[in-house]
Design a protein around this ligand. Structure first.
Ligand code: NAD
Length: 340
């Protein structure tokens, strides 16, 4: 195999990686290698016309196998989840540095053309996110560094490695700071899910069971912005193709409180629930929004799918998963995807 057009996606058994592979398949003349640590039957999406590898990328040898002959690498593999996961698994989150380090080294070893790293809004300084008024974070607000403990520090360090691999080894690196991505084909239960998926699932459970109550983590006043997966995939490719060497925000600037998020999902479900606030649950920073000045300047574009629109699609997908599981049938989740 030559490295003319082989695209490698790590974390391809997960949410964003799976959706990226699905999008790349629709584009011309791309050969794709999809890599994830999970056994194939646990991938959200798996395609027969793609080279699928189940490999632990904590290992240097496996990173070499993944990177060999690649033209582009999209490194999306990480051991991560929503607040409930990252607050209780800081060491595991930081160990993802092994994946990033070894994938960067393998990229240099095999002379890959381009390398993309998925960073996160969790790199931002916590002191700048204390108010509930959704402070818009500019790229420079990551410094002085006071990232989310564990997960955020790993992302900040890995961003920095991408920069130095670019400067010292001439590796073409691009880095996007994703802000809360949501949509179909992602984690919706089990402890790693993020707020939009968790709220959709809880509203569905309340509707199906007839117990019209919902537990909300924190006061519900925390603010965030949420980016629909299609915008994330489009932005990821635009940033990979761009002249933007420094880490850049990739997020929606439509900030809402968690209470507003619940309002939307209730509206979609056609139900009103009694809200029980769990003030001792993990809730993250008080407020965060994506400042999109820089992405608009460079790309003349920003993520723009309205939250209400994206939530409708996400709710419908999770509803199908939920009902399939109720029937004791997990088919919708993975197997149908290999035939898509
Ligand atoms: P995900 O958990 O659905 O996907 C990550 C995948 O990486 C998983 O399938 C997992 O099995 C795989 N992985 C973990 N350890 C691995 C290893 N040692 N070797 C090979 N594969 C391994 O998460 P996602 O939401 O798709 O996130 C993709 C990337 O985007 C991650 O780097 C994440 O940190 C970043 N990100 C996501 C969000 C978001 O809101 N989803 C926000 C900011 C950043």
């Amino acid at each position: 195999m030559s490295n003319e057009n082989l695209i490698v996606v790590t974390g391809a058994g997960g949410f964003i990686g799976g959706n990226l592979v699905a999008a790349l398949r629709g584009q011309d003349l791309k050969r794709i290698r999809a890599v994830d640590i999970k056994p194939f039957e646990e991938w959200y999406q798996r395609f027969g016309d793609v080279e699928n590898l189940s490999l632990d990328l904590n290992s240097k040898e496996n990173c070499a196998t993944a990177a060999k002959n690649a033209c582009d690498i999209y490194n999306l593999a990480a051991n991560m989840g929503g607040m409930g996961f990252i607050e209780h698994n800081k060491a595991l989150c930081m160990l993802s540095v092994l994946i990033t380090t070894q994938m960067l080294q393998a990229a240099v070893k095999y002379g890959v053309n381009r390398y993309f790293f998925a960073s996160s809004a969790c790199v931002y300084n916590g002191d700048k996110q204390k108010t509930f008024e959704a402070p818009s974070l500019k790229e420079e607000d990551a410094y002085p560094a006071l990232a989310e403990d564990g997960y955020g520090w790993e992302k900040l360090f890995s961003e920095r490695m991408c920069r130095h691999f670019r400067e010292d080894f001439r590796l073409y690196t691009r880095v996007a700071r994703f802000h809360n991505v949501y949509g179909p084909w992602g984690t919706w239960d089990g402890g790693r899910e993020k707020a939009p998926a968790a709220i959709c699932r809880k509203v569905i459970a309340a509707k199906v069971s007839g117990k019209h109550e919902i537990e909300i983590w924190g006061s519900g006043e925390q603010t965030r912005s949420f980016m629909y997966t299609d915008d994330c995939i489009k932005g990821t490719q635009l940033i990979m193709d761009s002249e933007i060497p420094e880490p850049i925000n990739l997020g929606s600037s439509e900030a809402v409180s968690i209470n507003q998020l619940v309002d939307f999902v209730e509206e979609i479900a056609g139900i009103k629930l009694k809200r029980n606030y769990n003030l001792s649950a993990p809730k993250g920073v008080n407020g965060r929004n994506s400042d999109n000045t820089l992405i608009k300047k460079y790309l003349k574009w920003e993520p723009n799918i309205p939250l209400r629109t994206g939530l409708e699609k996400t709710y419908a997908w999770i509803y199908d998963q939920y009902m399939a599981r109720q029937r004791g049938d997990s088919v919708v989740e993975q197997k149908s995807s290999s035939a898509r």
